[in-house]
Design a protein around this ligand. Structure first.
Ligand code: FPP
Ligand code: MG
Ligand code: MG
Length: 344
């Protein structure tokens, strides 16, 4: 309608802030040793920054629950908006450090369609660069002088490590469990954004109810994102994904599409329980069952459910008349749909 047209474009509103986050990240990772500076800044280089989804979501969330939009950012360390931008930076640093460590653990040669950091500088420097980013993230968090925020971010890192370990220590029975899979997915993919969304609300001095809604938005958005990722691993081409397709199953990682297929074809369970250590045989059999099943469709429906629940969390926020608040809320809802439709 005509009313929607009058709303400011929230992505345009935060575009400069997101660029500012990227610029600041480059300066925040400067270390005593030049090799460490370039390793830690590897994914913050021009052209290597990725989609910058975390900062985008967090800055939109800050605007969506804000009560004062007239607060300029630049150079005002004690202003709420500047503190929200800090959370966006911290979250991006934690995210990148987890990816760097993940690529070491997975022995991955590529990330974001580029050489991985461990491939480029070796495992040792990559591990230390990840450690350094994590330390820088928490130094910045401590400077916000809010223990609850530091604690939320610590929870997020704990969850990332737990999720990674759930995958590493998975038993055959756990590999066949949708509950286990969803818990692991929350920890690995959604816990960082959900806790950071809550941190933004805490810094805004919001009620516990609004804090919980911010958290729920991040949680459902993160889970929806991962479910689509799981689909794309089967349906995407390696060129569009920037990584090999079928990589999950080839690494023996069983995701939602297979778990749904298993409900239709119980005989799959035995094969999945055997694992995929002998690569060729079982992978092909599982893929044949997946093709015959509704696994991909049902995963898409589950992702859509989570996207919907994320949007509901936004709709449940206290009413506002502020056009920037309203358009930021709409943008957060649009993001849930954009995630469902993404192809890379
Ligand atoms: C990607 O998973 C991995 C993660 C999202 C989290 C990894 C977490 C750790 C390594 C724990 C340490 C955490 C910190 C903060 C240093 P994936 O391998 O399934 O997917 P991908 O490689 O295709 O992205
Ligand atoms: Mg990996
Ligand atoms: Mg991994």
């Amino acid at each position: 309608g005509s009313k929607a047209k009058e709303l400011p474009d929230p992505f345009a509103l935060i575009k400069d802030e997101v660029s500012e986050v990227t610029d600041r990240l480059r300066s925040m990772v400067v270390a005593e040793i030049p090799e460490l500076t370039s390793a830690a800044g590897y994914f913050f280089r021009v052209g290597a920054e990725g989609k910058r989804t975390c900062p985008t979501v967090l800055l939109l969330m800050a605007s969506a629950i804000s009560t004062d939009m007239s607060d300029p950012i630049v150079g005002l360390e004690n202003k709420p908006r500047a503190r929200h931008v800090r959370v966006a930076e911290i979250t991006e640093m934690i995210h990148i450090s987890s990816l760097i460590h993940d690529d070491v653990l997975d022995n991955a040669d590529t990330r974001r369609g580029m050489d991985s950091l461990n491939f480029t500088v070796g495992k040792k420097l990559a591990v230390l660069a990840g450690d350094f980013l994590l330390f820088r993230a928490f130094s910045a968090a401590v400077a916000l002088d809010n223990t609850e925020v530091v604690s939320l971010l610590a929870t997020a890192v704990n969850n990332l490590v737990t999720g990674e370990l759930m995958q590493l220590t998975i038993t055959p029975a756990q590999r066949c469990s949708m509950d286990y899979y969803l818990q692991k997915t929350y920890y690995k993919t959604a816990a960082l954004i959900s806790n950071s969304c809550k941190a933004v609300a805490v810094l805004s001095g919001q009620t516990t109810e609004v804090q919980a809604l911010a958290y729920q938005y991040g949680r459902h958005l993160g889970i929806a994102y991962q479910l689509i990722d799981d689909i794309l691993d089967f349906t995407g081409t390696s060129a569009s994904l920037g990584k090999a397709s079928f990589s999950d199953i080839n690494q023996g990682i069983v995701t939602a599409p297979i778990l749904f297929a298993m409900e239709e074809f119980p005989q799959l369970r035995e094969i999945v329980e055997q694992g995929f250590d002998d690569p060729s045989s079982n992978v092909d059999v599982v893929l044949k069952y997946l093709q015959k099943s509704q696994g991909i469709e049902r995963t898409g429906l589950l992702a859509a459910e989570h996207a919907k629940l994320a949007a509901v969390a936004i709709d449940d926020l206290p009413p506002s008349e502020d056009p920037v608040v309203l358009s930021s809320r709409q943008a957060l809802k649009d993001l849930t749909q954009k995630f469902l439709r993404r192809t890379k």
